[in-house]
Design a protein around this ligand. Structure first.
Ligand code: IMP
Length: 200
């Protein structure tokens, strides 16, 4: 039987990516299926703080479940690592993907250095312990948005070695190389090696 892991996110795109990659091995559900009414807090100043904060919050609310929290962000070299931990709210509290992308392109309008990276920090909470996994991918910010797949900054992020943005490739292709997929592969390797779910 597959182990049940609750995902500490309401972002359907993240849920889809995680299920697409590891849904055959784990029974992923969301904490909102448990009746969580409030927004999960993320007030830290780093991705790792936020990722752990989300997992801790869920662990406090619901004892005895295993949960996986994700905090991710885009770090742009020419902007000193911004938007980083503020990626979702870069253009304001409405968390609009289109507004965030527009602001990013505006900030980089006269900048030749388009280097950037996506980073994901996953935190697994299982039987009172926290385990952290990180994944990253380097690439370039395009001049214009391209493609309609994915979410967030996908239309303006072209991963190293590709001529297409994340929004121009399929979810399966994105899951072969992207930051979240890389962190999830580390999570899977750890689970396989430690066999922590077989001790349930
Ligand atoms: P979080 O929900 O606090 O982790 O916010 C992550 C934000 O970073 C999202 O709202 C997106 O703007 C951006 N982001 C994270 N991962 C991705 C991705 O895979 N593609 C595009 N944007 C992403």
């Amino acid at each position: 039987m597959k182990s049940v892991i609750y995902l500490a996110t309401q972002n359907q795109h993240k849920i889809d990516e995680i299920k697409d990659l590891l849904g055959d091995l784990f029974d992923f559900r969301t904490v909102f299926e448990l009746g969580l009414q409030t927004e999960i807090p993320e007030t830290g100043s780093t991705l790792q703080e936020n990722s752990m904060q989300k997992a801790e919050f869920i662990a406090r609310h619901f004892g005895g479940i295993s949960c996986l929290a994700d905090d991710s962000g885009l770090e742009v070299d020419a902007l000193g690592g911004a938007p980083g931990v503020y990626s979702a709210r870069y253009a304001g509290e409405s968390k609009s993907d289109a507004a965030n992308v527009a602001k990013l392109l505006q900030e980089l309008a006269t900048t030749a250095n388009r280097n950037a990276r996506f980073v994901t920090v996953l935190t697994l909470h299982h039987q009172g312990q926290f385990y952290v996994f990180e994944g990253e991918i380097h690439g370039q910010i395009t001049e214009e948005p391209r493609g309609s797949n994915g979410f967030g900054y996908d239309p303006v992020f072209m991963p190293e070695g590709k001529d297409l943005t994340f929004a121009e490739i399929s979810m399966a292709e994105k899951n072969q190389l992207a930051h979240r997929a890389r962190a999830l592969q580390k999570f899977k390797k750890f689970v396989d090696e430690s066999r922590i779910f077989q001790q349930d």
